[in-house]
Design a protein around this ligand. Structure first.
Ligand code: CP3
Length: 425
């Protein structure tokens, strides 16, 4: 167990880490100093809505790498759409978890949701993949249903199944009975803030930012309504059509639940955010705009004043890319079903993107994996900023060495020029 090691032990060669200080262009630096207060100049987003950053003093993003912070880490610069001279930046959705033997060891005898609420454990699990794979960001170890539990509802995560809700929300009376999100909820978020603080105390000296996250109203509400995982989210979509006003109250409740969970993570030290709307692809653009986008916007607006990048990710959501961006995101996560090249052309110019290596290549030959990695890098270079990720989470049966090798392969690659990406070089 490595819980008591110092960050110097854990990241002993951080001085030579390839994600070290990056050169920003003169224009980007000028933009930063023009838009941000002196206390948090590195944190102002290059794109997207929201006033200049108002992060607490001492936040990792309020200081540049040269002063022991992470504010200008290349991954964050790319998420802001600012050009940087640095090796490609990469992290993986579900990088913390069952693919790691050290995770399985720590999780022995403790349920998933209980482990999320033990700050020391959650911090250690968050740091494990950063230590092992040398990815360029940590993703906070938690789950989209943790806030549901913190609000006092009975939910479990069943291994191999996913979140299961004891009393699903199916009627107006169920919505009336949703717990109030008052001071009790704020107090219940304390272990989340503590886990983030412990995590950033380890990651920041190594120059590695932490990404905080939350579940979007549609995806979280679909678990609440269905009672568990579902293929077509039929009950949820029926509620939306049949009782739009009841749906709206449920979605607004989830938006507050997730938004406060996300804000707590940023205030405690997360330097970027990702809103997961994994199951939103089951909706038409029309339904999304009418019944979901305003609620996702409410979540993102809870962190907009803090000036950290806001990534929005959905699966099978090619038809929703722009509406999801317009919910108030500053960067779009792209799954592997859509070519990254098409995503970049579909999005407004200047939108940073994240993605989208097909997780299937983790089980294919090294040659196939590396070819996919190069192709994703080339497509991503057409965007104003690109952070490499998988098109969805790391499958539990992944050989961790494959991930470590993929990260080092990516870090050795030159970032292709925009001209090469557009086939002009
Ligand atoms: O490494 C990370 O990405 C950070 C932690 C994280 C988890 N869940 C941990 C987890 C994140 C970001 C999530 C988000 C999440 N949770 C999403 C959105 C992302 C996505 O995958 O689309 C969703 C839909 C959930 C709900 C959920 N929780 C599912 C579908 C499952 C898988 C069930 C299973 O066993 O196959 C979970 C459980 C879960 N969340 C695990 C982990 C590490 C596995 C729990 C275990 O160890 O048994």
């Amino acid at each position: 167990m490595t819980q008591n090691r110092t960050s110097e032990d854990v990241f002993h060669d951080s001085a030579s880490d390839p994600s070290g200080p990056a050169a920003t262009t003169a224009a980007a630096s000028a933009a930063a100093s023009a838009t941000a207060p002196a206390t948090a100049s590195a944190a102002a987003p290059g794109t997207g809505p929201g006033p200049a950053a108002a992060l607490p003093d001492g936040h990792p993003s309020a200081r540049p790498l040269a002063e022991g912070g992470v504010g200008d880490a290349p991954l964050l610069q790319r998420l802001r759409g600012r050009p940087v001279q640095a090796p490609p930046s990469v992290w993986f959705m579900r990088q913390a978890g069952r693919s790691l033997p050290e995770y399985r060891e720590l999780r022995e005898g403790i349920t998933m949701l209980d482990s999320c609420l033990q700050p020391e454990l959650a911090a250690e699990i968050t740091v494990q993949p950063v230590r092992r794979h040398r990815v360029d960001a940590g993703i906070f170890f938690s789950d989209i249903v943790v806030p549901v539990r913190l609000a006092g509802m009975s939910v479990e995560i069943q291994p191999g199944v996913g979140p299961v809700i004891e009393h699903p929300i199916r009627s107006e009376a169920d919505v009336d009975a949703l717990p109030e999100l008052g001071d009790d909820y704020e107090a219940a978020l304390a272990p989340i803030s503590e886990a983030v603080q412990r995590t950033v105390a380890e990651l920041t000296p190594a120059g590695v930012p932490l990404i905080g996250f939350a579940g979007a109203p549609f995806t979280v509400a679909s678990y609440l309504v269905e009672g568990g995982p579902s293929k077509d989210h039929l009950r949820t979509r029926t509620l939306m059509r049949d009782r739009p006003e009841v749906w709206a109250r449920l979605a607004a409740w989830v938006a507050e639940l997730s938004g406060r969970f996300l804000r707590a993570q940023v205030l405690a030290g997360a330097s970027a955010t990702q809103l997961f709307d994994s199951w939103v692809g089951s909706l038409s653009a029309e339904q999304y705009l009418a019944h979901v986008q305003p609620h996702s916007a409410a979540v993102l607006s809870r962190v907009a004043d803090l000036g950290v990048p806001r990534i929005h990710f959905g699966v099978g959501a090619a038809h929703l890319l722009t509406p999801m961006l317009e919910a108030g995101a500053t960067a779009m996560g792209v799954d592997h079903r859509l070519s990254l090249r098409d995503a970049v052309s579909a999005l407004p110019a200047g939108t940073p993107v994240q993605g989208n290596i097909d997780p299937a290549v983790l089980f294919a030959s090294e040659a196939a994996r590396q070819a996919e990695a190069r192709s994703v890098l080339t497509a991503g270079a057409a965007a104003s900023g690109h952070v490499v990720n998988l098109g969805h989470g790391v499958p539990p049966q992944t050989d961790p060495q494959v991930l470590t090798d993929l990260v080092s392969y990516l870090h050795e690659q030159p970032v292709p020029s925009q001209a090469a990406s557009e086939g002009r070089a």
